[in-house]
Design a protein around this ligand. Structure first.
Ligand code: PGA
Length: 255
């Protein structure tokens, strides 16, 4: 029922020409149409790749956005600017933005509110640190991140828009993936949370991704889980062949 969503988060990687080369190479590969595919590129590459991917079913995402409409916010990018480039998704609350750039729950809540009011759809990230996991505080952490991000949002604003990514910080870029059972447990926990906060019908419709060292070797196991509806992938999305294998995790595509 929920269409799987595989998104490649390039982070601060690829110049415009490297991004264009990637997309040209990716377009030569047969990709599953049973999966929603998103390339989340740096701002500088968005225009070029959005033009290149216009005639494909590969969507484009941004890694950040500011909540104000326009004005004196040096260095920031607005939702109108993203929509104008046909950007479909934006990542909010990634642990790198929370930890390195000190984005807090209040800011993420304001950003989410603005995104839900636009044509762009949010990929809302949450995840615990190793310390929190080892101290058995991971569920509390996820609960507080999700509750504060969604504070003040109504069910109809979230329906068919919200994507959540569960990304344990200790698994990001470390090569250390959560076991598929642990990932499933947390994604099921998040789904229950949505059900408690809103309704079982919103919980059933909301797509929940796992992120953290997803690669072609482990994606089948991860995507085989009932409550995992996709993957948010960093390192393994930087190479077109590797990214195509993630998209085609259900099997070879003929043609
Ligand atoms: P990774 O990054 O796949 O390189 O671990 C995932 C992410 O940060 O979204």
């Amino acid at each position: 029922m929920r269409v799987p969503i595989i998104a490649g988060n390039w982070k601060m990687n690829k110049t415009v020409s490297e991004s264009v080369d990637f997309c040209k190479d990716l377009k030569k590969i047969n990709l599953s149409d049973a999966v929603e595919k998103v390339i989340i590129a740096p701002f500088t590459s968005l225009y070029s790749i959005s033009e290149l991917l216009k005639d494909s079913d590969i969507k484009v995402g941004a890694q950040n956005v500011y909540y104000e409409k326009s004005g004196a916010y040096t260095g920031e990018v607005s939702l109108d600017m993203l929509s104008d480039l046909n950007v479909d998704y934006v990542i909010l609350g990634h642990s790198e933005r929370r930890n390195i750039f000190k984005e807090d729950n209040e800011l993420i809540n304001k950003k989410l509110k603005a995104v839900l009011d636009s044509k762009v759809k949010p990929i809302l990230c949450c995840g615990e640190s190793l310390e929190e996991r080892e101290g058995n505080k991971h569920k509390d952490k996820i609960k507080s991140q999700i509750e504060s991000a969604l504070d003040g949002m109504k069910e109809d604003e979230l329906t068919d828009k919200l994507v959540i990514a569960y990304e344990p910080i200790w698994a990001i870029g470390t090569g250390k993936t959560a076991s598929s059972d642990d990932a499933e447990e947390m994604c099921a926990y998040i789904r229950n949370l949505i059900s408690d906060l809103y309704s079982s019908s919103l919980a059933e419709k909301t797509r929940i991704q796992y992120g953290g060292s997803v690669k072609p070797e482990n994606i089948v196991d991860i995507m085989g889980k009932e409550n995992i509806d996709g993957a948010l992938v960093g390192g393994a999305s930087l190479d077109p062949l590797s990214f195509s294998k993630l998209i085609n995790y259900q099997g070879e595509i003929d043609g």
